[in-house]
Ligand binder design. Structure first.
Ligand code: G3H
Ligand code: 13P
Ligand code: NA
Ligand code: ZN
Length: 307
């Protein structure tokens, strides 16, 4: 059942979180729905501009709808991830229930204005808007304290941003970053910032980008099968994620973990079964790994049994 994230967030706030999973391929869509079905967990299926460009928006929409028919019990929303105005407006006509306008690299007032205009249009379609405040890049060792602070979301600004833009949820920069190399300086999630944001915006749904856990075992296996990931690959710890959920994180974005599993399963296939030329073999293995991974995430995030 296709639903609005508004409904999902009002139910989960402070108690559990909904995984927002980036999908690009048929295997990912099918495995995501299979896992949600098995866990009885709600999901946000999210599509980036790269996904839309790679698989075509019509193909993506059709795959997700088909998965919804195959698993009619699954409660899901379709979300545009890291869009601009053009993507967001296209998504309003394409069956999405939620869009993100990412103007986080713009100055504060411009970010508000760009977000506000998308909110106005989206709300006339009954679609909710996620915005982002703060810069989600990795924190490097050679930055000063002031430079580091400037990247994180300022809690007072977050409150003003939400009030002036009218956005329905806010992605906050509290120490995570995209990709397989988070926390190279070892900092982790900045809970004092998240706590302050929650105090100033009680009950308001917050979003954590860059939430992959980057399992060291998967990284090791990739490298054993010929990959070249760097040794400082690391992600969000399970305990950190649970604590962040209690502090108002309702949506947990995951892309990297599923890229890592794809890479491991395919590298392993090419290495251990070099006589085969069959996409079904690694594809099936990947869907199994994807599903098993998601089942563990649903449990950790408290989403299992909530749909
Ligand atoms: O934060 C978003 C995704 O991890 C980026 O994925 O390859 O579609 O840009 P992309
Ligand atoms: P990861 O790179 O940690 O998977 O984060 C994904 C994300 O935030 C997508 O918007
Ligand atoms: Na998003
Ligand atoms: Zn993101």
């Amino acid at each position: 059942m296709l639903v609005s994230p508004r409904l999902l967030y009002s139910h989960c706030y402070g108690r559990y979180a909904i995984p927002a999973v980036n999908v690009f391929t048929m295997e990912q869509v099918l495995a995501l729905f299979a896992s949600a079905h098995r866990a009885e967990a709600p999901i946000l299926v999210q599509l980036t501009p790269v996904a839309r460009n790679y698989a075509h928006p019509v193909m993506l929409q059709a795959m997700i709808q088909a998965a919804g028919h195959i698993y009619p019990d699954v409660v899901y929303a379709i979300h545009l991830d890291h869009g601009n105005e053009e993507h967001a407006i296209a998504a309003l006509e394409q069956g999405y229930t939620s869009v993100m306008i990412d103007a986080s690299h713009d100055p504060f007032d411009i970010n508000i204005e760009r977000t506000r205009l998308v909110v106005e249009k989206a709300h006339t379609h009954g679609i909710v808007v996620e915005a982002e405040l703060g810069v989600l890049s990795g924190v490097e060792d050679d930055l000063s304290v002031e430079e580091v602070d400037a990247k994180y979301t300022n809690p007072q600004q977050a409150k003003e941003f939400v009030e002036r833009s009218g956005c329905d949820s806010l992605a906050v920069a509290v120490g995570t970053s995209h990709g397989a190399y988070k926390f190279s300086g070892g900092q982790g999630i900045q809970f004092h910032i998240l706590e302050r944001i929650q105090e100033l915006l009680p009950g308001f749904p917050l979003v954590l980008h860059g939430s992959s856990c980057v399992d060291p075992e998967v990284v090791k296996a990739i490298n054993q099968y010929g990959g070249k990931l760097k040794p400082d690959a690391s992600g969000v710890k399970d305990e950190e994620l649970k604590k962040a959920i209690q502090l108002g994180i309702c949506k947990v974005n995951i892309a990297t973990d599923l890229r890592l599993l794809w890479t491991r399963d395919h590298r392993e296939f090419f290495t251990s079964q070099p006589e085969l030329i069959d996409p079904v073999v690694p594809g099936r293995k990947y869907m199994q790994s994807f599903e098993a991974f998601m089942l563990k995430r649903f449990e950790l995030m408290g989403a299992a049994g909530q749909s």
